[in-house]
Ligand binder design. Structure first.
Ligand code: GAL
Length: 953
């Protein structure tokens, strides 16, 4: 006998997309019809299960006076009710589709509203939800109007007949888990709530229903063709183009085309009998031709990012200003494309992409990644019962977003395996909109898609694909290639993106890629700074894998973004300095160089001595020119460079005049050799050795001071607090060096003292540096000499035993007591750089503080090294390197950095720890992708390097 028969919440576990909602239609930002935002403070009650409460709260007159309040849009778990959960691909509930747990946090939301006094008296009205996670049931004035799933998709309900002038009661019951959750297994926080706008729209008689703006561009004639199909007949006017045609009629006129680089939009109006809707029309044509994605006749190169919606306090409830900030930051960092991973964004984001110019891959709200754990058994995308839900999702995306010129590719979803449901979606989309391409990375043979797409493929494989030697189905071999995800920006990194870009620019078939991902999803936390997975006591979680963006959670650019900006510059500036000229290549796909001004400057030892403007011809996209530089200034001594910069010539929509877009730097005369510093003999007295400005402990040979600057703990150092990319993802099959280094004990090296030898011209300290338990070691000799004023340390390192792993770093470290600020150096800057993340590091004179040298990765790890440093001054000490070195300084030890889980675990001590590194191992992208390329390995090999110490005068 069973007691659980029909339940009033059966819809929660129903595979259908819902009931009661209107068919999907085009979204438009405004019209002359009235609308009423229902955003704001709502009454809120949380229940532990879906059916804990009946629907009495939906009845007019219900007293919710003792309920809590939440902000709509918002997620209740970020407003003090329950907690967020972070999993990458594991479902945080038993997998038994479409069933969900009995524990199903359910938020009843209540809002009472009056119609404005000027609300039209005719009865048409629609209630629109732009996003609710994951399933909602809606009542207006006590009438059940339907329920829906599809969290990041719009749902509209006809409600005119239910409205009253005052005291309307809108009740929304939101369930955290539903059958829809099986389709929304994206790698992100699970955040229930009404997280996008709720709006009441007046629908006048004869008002606009659905419409489709077809605006193509013929690059051979320079003409655009406009046709607006509309469910309700009307007229379309575009004053700037003298267009005034009926809907359904096409018209061809000369136009400026829309591209991401030149986002020309024409204002128009769609007027039906009852409504006027403003249009922003961009003319452009997307085709697959010659195996390439072409827009307006030309292949495009995507320099993209994957963007999740994120705000450290509001989660996925983004306001317009945050969306605009994202777009401006992208434009200012030379990014030209966004994949809306992994769901359609707030619609206003696409308006901004149209306006500022970004290519968009609009991705459907679909991921079933957790089924991989059961060999994709029961995957909803291969089960016909779910196909209506999949088609509903595809339609809600396409219909909503089809009038955006920025959207050039539709993506079926992410990591959902393969199946008939996906094929059905692709067929439907192709049938509905033949003017765009279809993408889905999981379709490895491109059965249903128009572009071959992969994620995290290594450089060698990408090159094979570029050379069309990758094999695959015949269809796939004819298609262009993109990396829908690469360059995993978790923690320090991603490394190796310049090497990818070189491939993209070498092979036509490679049409670029999208860095994973735009922003760290850290949640602002009172004790932890930014919280990540596990910080809310989740029973399953994936730690800081959720913090893998080019922006920190507060939208400060990370060094990865600065690197990416340099790597994808739309102007290439190259020169050899000597030749007296510079080669400028316009690497845009469409725009000429008229928006840019060029400047040269000349540096001596990193300081600019002269500068001026450089006249560069207005090169068309793809063209290059050799441009003469002025006569270099007369310089008698020092290392000299040219720096040439391309900046915005005047204010644009996204950047101010003078904003730097691209730069190039090239040497003229090389570095002046570092003096040998010899001639003074070491002197032993009172248990101390003195050698020029150096003082040493006679027993250990340890340096204790340089002049008046105390020095502690100077010794060889090979350890770095492993980065997320060093540690690698657990599923990686290649060697994960972070793990191997720790196993080998590189974080617990012992330093055996073998000899302290006083010679005529030097103090020599012989040591062997090795980890307990293993035979491998580094025979390390410190040889000190001096010319009386300066102290020279030559370090020689000889590996012993069978070293099968590279070293994390190789150099020396030491402590300085007290405040060490300011820090100045001549070398790479202003930001951090590692062997495979050094494109943006520019030679110059830089000044900073120890605190400002730190890069605030959400999970602390190795960071902040400055590359190619010739000399640095810190805490009264000057160090010159021979050869150049990586320079790092911090107010905690590497061991403390390594142990910290959050930034708030790091407390500054009295000592500033300085690392001077002869080498660093590359960074790579192994937290999800490939490790560093072999050329960026720091192999355990014999090495010699030296430093010259002196007191700052
Ligand atoms: C991909 C996935 C993304 C994200 C990324 C790793 O496999 O599509 O959503 O999980 O890996 O951060």
């Amino acid at each position: 006998m069973s007691f659980r028969t029909h339940s009033p919440v059966d819809y929660v576990e129903d595979v259908s997309p819902g009931s009661g909602a209107l068919p999907p239609r085009a979204r438009y930002a405004s019209s002359d019809a009235a609308s009423l935002s229902l955003n704001g403070s709502w009454r809120f009650r949380l229940s532990a299960t879906a059916d804990a409460e009946d629907d009495a709260f939906a009845e007019p007159g219900y007293d919710a006076g003792d309920w809590a309040e939440v902000s709509v849009p918002g997620h209740w778990v970020l407003q003090g009710h329950g907690s967020p959960i972070y999993t990458n691909h594991l479902y945080p509930f038993p997998v038994d589709p479409p069933r969900v747990p009995t524990e199903n946090p359910t938020g009843d939301h209540l809002r009472v509203f009056d119609l404005p006094s000027d609300w039209p008296s005719d009865s048409g009205a629609v209630l629109r939800f732009d996003g609710v996670e994951s399933c909602a049931r809606v009542w207006l004035n006590g009438t059940d109007i339907g329920e829906f799933k599809g969290s990041r998709l719009p749902h509209e309900f006809a409600v005119g007949h239910l409205l009253k002038p005052a005291g309307n009661v809108l009740a929304v019951r939101v369930h955290q888990w539903s059958a829809g959750s099986y389709l929304e297994d994206q790698d992100q926080w699970w955040l229930p709530g009404i997280f996008r706008d709720v709006t009441l729209l007046h629908r006048p008689a004869g008002g606009v229903l659905d419409f489709f703006v077809h605006a193509s561009y013929d690059h051979t004639t320079g003409e655009g063709t406009l046709k607006v199909d509309s469910d309700v007949d009307g007229r379309v006017t575009v004053p700037a183009l003298d267009i005034d045609v009926a809907t359904g009629e096409s018209v061809t006129v000369p136009v400026e085309p829309w591209t991401a680089e030149t986002p020309t939009l024409y204002d128009g109006v769609l007027a039906t009998e009852g409504e006027r809707v403003p249009l922003r029309i961009g003319f452009r044509t997307v085709v697959l031709e010659d195996g390439l994605i072409k827009v307006n006749g030309r292949p495009v190169l995507f320099k993209g990012v994957n963007r999740h919606e994120w705000h450290p306090e509001k989660g996925r409830a983004l306001d317009l200003e945050t969306m605009r900030e994202d777009v401006l930051l992208m434009k200012r960092h030379n990014i030209n494309a966004v994949r809306t991973s992994h769901y359609p964004p707030h619609p206003a984001f696409l308006d901004l992409c149209d306006e500022y110019g970004l290519w968009v891959v609009d991705e459907c709200d679909l991921e079933t990644h957790g089924f991989v754990e059961q060999a994709w058994r029961d995957n909803p995308v291969d089960d016909d019962r779910w196909t209506p839900a999949l088609l509903d999702r595809a339609a809600r995306m396409v219909e909503r977003d089809k009038n955006h010129p920025s959207v050039v590719i539709w993506s079926l979803g992410n990591e959902a395996g393969t199946g008939r449901g996906l094929t059905a979606m692709a067929e439907w989309i192709h049938g509905r909109d033949s003017s765009r391409l279809v993408h889905y990375e999981g379709d490895i043979n491109c059965r249903d898609t128009d572009v071959y797409s992969r994620m995290y493929a290594g450089h060698a494989e990408v090159e094979q694909i570029g050379r069309r030697l990758d094999g695959g189905t015949h269809k796939r071999r004819e298609l262009p290639f993109i990396l829908c995800e690469y360059g995993h920006a978790m923690g320090n990194g991603p490394g190796g993106i310049a090497d990818y870009q070189r491939l993209f620019e070498s092979y036509d078939r490679l049409q670029g890629g999208f860095i994973w991902e735009w922003i760290d999803h850290g949640i602002k936390h009172p004790e932890l700074g930014y919280a990540y997975g596990g910080d809310f006591g989740e029973e399953l979680h994936d730690g800081n894998f959720v913090c893998d963006g080019l922006l920190f959670p507060d939208r400060e650019p990370s060094p990865g973004l600065v690197e990416y900006k340099k790597v994808i510059e739309p102007v290439r500036i190259e020169g050899d300095g000597d030749g007296g000229s510079v080669r400028i290549r316009n690497a845009h796909d469409f725009a000429d160089l008229s928006a840019l001004a060029f400047e040269w400057s000349f540096q001596v030892d990193g300081e600019t001595v002269e500068s001026g403007s450089l006249s560069v011809p207005v090169l068309a996209a793809g063209e290059s020119a050799e441009v003469k530089l002025p006569e270099p200034p007369e310089v008698r001594r020092g290392e000299t460079h040219w720096t040439v910069r391309a900046v915005l010539a005047s204010d644009t929509a996204w950047g101010a005049k003078g904003h730097q877009v691209a730069w190039g730097q090239f040497p003229v005369t090389g570095r002046v050799p570092v003096p040998a510093a010899a001639g003074t003999a070491p002197v032993l007295a009172d248990g101390r050795i003195t050698l020029g400005p150096g003082t040493f402990d006679a027993r250990t040979g340890a340096l204790t001071a340089v002049g008046g600057v105390d020095v502690t703990g100077l010794r060889l150092d090979v350890w770095r607090a492993t980065t997320d990319n060093d540690d690698g993802a657990e599923w990686q099959t290649d060697l994960r060096y972070g793990f191997m280094w720790r196993k080998l004990g590189l974080h617990r090296m012992r330093h055996r003292l073998d000899a302290v030898e006083l010679g005529d011209g030097a103090l020599t300290v012989q040591t062997r540096v090795a980890p307990a338990a293993w035979e491998v070691g580094l025979a390390t000799v410190y040889r000190w000499s001096s010319d009386g004023e300066r102290l020279r340390l030559a370090v020689s390192v000889t590996p012993e035993g069978d070293w099968t792993v590279p070293l994390p770093r190789l150099g020396i470290r030491f402590g300085l007591s007290g405040a060490a600020d300011p820090v100045t150096w001549f070398g790479g800057g202003p930001g951090e750089a590692y062997p495979d993340t050094r494109s943006a590091s520019r030679l110059g004179r830089w000044e900073s503080t120890v605190d400002a040298l730190q890069t605030p990765y959400v999970r602390p790890q190795e960071n902040g090294a400055r590359a190619d440093v010739r000399w640095a001054e810190i805490g009264g000490l000057r160090v010159e390197g021979d050869p150049e070195f990586f320079f790092t300084a911090r107010r905690w030890t590497t061991e403390q950095l390594d142990a910290a889980r959050h930034r708030t675990d790091l407390t500054p001590g009295d000592t500033v720890w300085v690392n001077l590194d002869h080498g660093q191992h590359g960074i790579g992208s192994q937290s999800c992708g490939p490790g560093p390329l072999p050329q960026y390995f720091l192999r355990a090999e014999p090495a010699e390097f030296s430093f010259l110490f002196s007191e700052v005068s």
